[in-house]
Design a protein around this ligand. Structure first.
Ligand code: FES
Length: 125
């Protein structure tokens, strides 16, 4: 039996067309600032929460090329560049912009969800 449909809250459950999802809080809003960067490991997901120029982004924590950690990547003018082979991805939609070797898939970008004084993400269960 599915849990009742209700607005997401910290640790609460809700239903979607694709199944059951839950709100996963990541950070309190008061802790965010420009050049904020923090990795999160949630189940088998590695996520990276970043703030630049007042914009907050949630992306996968490892480069789609060969898995280098992106917490040491550079982010400038909407482009994130991996430190290992300098692949570049658009931070708004994750598309691959520049490859120095074979092409790879785009970067996974996650929608942020604001709940009370926290920001988080909806994750499938
Ligand atoms: S691992 Fe990131 S560009 Fe190769």
């Amino acid at each position: 039996m599915r849990p009742p449909l209700m607005p997401p809250r910290c640790g609460s459950w809700t239903s979607s067309r694709s199944g059951v999802v839950r709100f996963q809080p990541l950070e309190k809003l008061i802790n965010l600032h420009d050049f904020y960067a923090r990795q999160f490991k949630i189940d088998n997901l590695q996520l990276l929460l970043l703030q630049r120029n007042g914009e907050l982004y949630l992306i996968e924590g490892r480069c789609p090329h060969r898995g280098h950690p992106l917490d040491v990547a550079t982010l400038d003018a909407g482009v994130i560049q991996c430190a290992l082979h300098h692949y570049q991805f658009a931070i708004d939609d994750g598309r691959l912009l520049h490859a120095t070797e074979e092409r790879c898939r785009g970067l996974r970008i996650y929608d942020l969800v604001y709940e009370g004084n926290e920001v988080g993400v909806m994750l499938d269960e």
